[in-house]
Design a protein around this ligand. Structure first.
Ligand code: NAD
Length: 505
């Protein structure tokens, strides 16, 4: 296994290019600065030192990018699916070829540990392969014959679409949204998160080097309130696929209303992991620890609420604390690190504020509950476990988005469901029991778009991904993404000479 020093040298080499000038936008196949030459600083959460400046795109840059996407659309939409398939596989190949670079840059930009980012880069390639293979079937529809009429449906791509992504695992999430849009025949304007814009630059470069025609994929960096807002308001952009906070989703819905855009939202979560006493408790504990303390807890599907049957509550939470205590906080490029620094000082402050709140609310801080000293002195926090929480407390209701687990006891199945559903979110749920009937009953009643029984989050790309309530609108994955990025058309043929009602003459 490489050492931290070796990894640091590699990371320096990969990041050197970002010191030469700002991270540029990509518009109509050209790498360009913001029209007004504005930039913003990008810092690493490891030591808070600047690692780059990025173009600060505004409405004018978005307008250029939207026009480029509009101009590229007819040809891209008309390209046979089998040809789009070949091109998107080439993008996947090129991601694999540069996976090491992507992972190193992502670690330094986001603070995520290398052990996870190395896999995330390859998952990005898998997303492209999956949708490459689906491109030839994107237009498929149904045959709906009836007496005297033959109806068939087909799908056509929407047009140029906007994709707005968050900072937590930016590379993987961008591929997850953009690959199906391209496979469907849409052209794209991507606005990456301002806290971690570097790998979005690598991604669009990779795609164009792999042969994607100019203007099919445009990237405009900038702030949410500037470039992001302008993208959601642009009249040529037919839809917005957004991943981020629920409050931003509300703002985007309002911004996009005057131009009647279709919206797809993947938002926040406060996901329950429900552990019944008959479960395989070792596996349940392993999975709960993985789902909250991996990816720095900055994960929409993290198991941030631990609901445990009262009789085993003390023993089970002690088991969780024991495991979490052994988790290594460290430099993201250290191969042994599990928890790196959180994305930014403002986010670290938010997470730390919940430590104070927990004490005010009278919760027991069973583990952690403070900022940590990590290498570089950046935005580290300790893996944290709150026990003795009540379901109505803010630490049990609000998305903290860090390595912070809130444990709540429940008496019976009914109460478990009531607590699980008693939040504004409804993204994911995890159920641990060996009682099949109970697993069916509970999953049937949980307010969650995605439920895993006796499992952590293991993705299956054809399955729907998305949330209920304040966790989102719409589903990604498999054919669901095409439903969003395409319009369904019905064509009806008369197959007999039916009677047409005569009006007049
Ligand atoms: P955020 O909402 O602050 O920002 C996300 C993106 O939206 C950024 O690119 C930002 O610049 C942009 N933005 C901000 N204001 C905007 C506006 N008014 N108009 C247009 N764009 C705007 O989210 P974040 O803090 O970057 O990400 C963390 C959040 O993302 C968490 O809530 C997390 O749960 C959620 N998330 C959800 C999923 C999912 O699949 N459900 C996946 C990952 C992250």
């Amino acid at each position: 296994m490489p050492t931290l020093d070796e990894n640091l040298k590699k990371a320096d080499a990969y990041l050197a290019r970002f010191k030469d000038g700002p991270v540029l936008n990509q518009i109509a196949g050209e790498a360009v600065p913001a029209a007004d030459r504005g930039t913003f600083e990008v810092i690493s959460p490891i030591d808070l030192k600047p690692i780059a400046r990025a173009a600060r795109g505004t409405a004018g840059d978005i307008d250029q990018a939207a026009k480029a996407a509009k101009a590229a659309f007819p040809e891209w939409a008309a390209m046979p699916g089998k040809d789009r398939k070949k091109l998107l596989h080439k993008v996947a190949d090129a991601i694999v070829a540069r996976a090491e670079e992507i992972a190193f840059v992502e670690c330094v930009d986001t603070g995520q540990a290398h052990r996870f980012m190395a896999k995330a880069a390859l998952r990005g390639a898998e997303n492209f392969r999956f949708y490459a293979d689906k491109a030839p079937e994107a237009r498929d529809g149904l045959a709906l014959p009836t007496e005297g009429q033959f109806n068939y449906t087909t799908r056509v791509p929407l047009g140029p679409v906007g994709v707005i992504t968050p900072w937590n695992t930016p590379f993987m999430l961008s591929t997850w949204k953009i690959a199906p849009a391209l496979a469907a025949g849409c052209t794209v304007v991507h606005k990456p998160a301002e806290f971690s814009p570097l790998t979005a630059r690598l991604l669009v470069e990779i795609a164009e080097e792999a042969g994607l025609p100019k203007g099919v994929w445009n990237t405009v960096n900038g702030l949410g309130e500037e470039a992001g807002k302008a993208l959601t308001e642009h009249p040529d952009i037919r839809a917005i696929a957004f991943v981020g906070e629920s409050a931003t989703g509300s703002a985007i819905m309002a911004q996009a209303a005057p131009t009647l855009k279709r919206v797809h939202f993947e938002l926040g979560g406060k996901n329950p992991v429900i552990v019944f006493k008959d479960a395989d408790l070792d596996r349940a504990a392993e999975a709960a620890v993985f789902m909250i303390y991996s990816l720095n807890g900055e994960r929409c599907t993290s198991s941030s609420r631990l609901l445990v049957e009262a009789e085993i509550y003390d023993a089970f939470t002690a088991k969780i604390a024991e495991k979490a205590k052994a988790i290594k906080i460290g430099h993201p490029l250290d191969p042994d690190t599990v928890i790196g620094p959180l994305i930014h000082p403002t986010h670290q402050e938010k997470v730390v504020s919940y430590f104070e709140l927990a004490r005010e609310e009278g919760v027991t801080v069973a583990l952690g509950g403070k900022a940590a000293d990590g290498p570089g002195g950046g935005c580290y926090v300790e893996p944290t476990l709150f026990t003795g929480a009540r379901p109505d407390m803010r630490v049990a209701q609000e998305e903290i988005f860090g390595p912070v687990l809130t444990a709540i006891a429940f008496k019976n199945e009914e109460e478990a469901i009531e607590i699980a559903n008693g939040v504004r979110y409804g993204l994911a749920g995890y159920i641990w029991t060996n009682d099949v009937g109970r697993a069916f009953r509970v999953s049937n009643q949980l307010d969650a778009g995605m439920i895993w029984v006796n499992s952590e989050n293991v993705r299956h790309l054809p399955s729907p991904f998305g949330g209920m309530k304040a966790s989102g609108i719409g589903r990604d994955g498999g054919d669901y993404s095409f439903e969003f990025y395409m319009e369904t058309k019905n064509v009806a043929f008369a197959t007999q000479e039916h009677r047409i009602s005569k009006l007049g003459g």
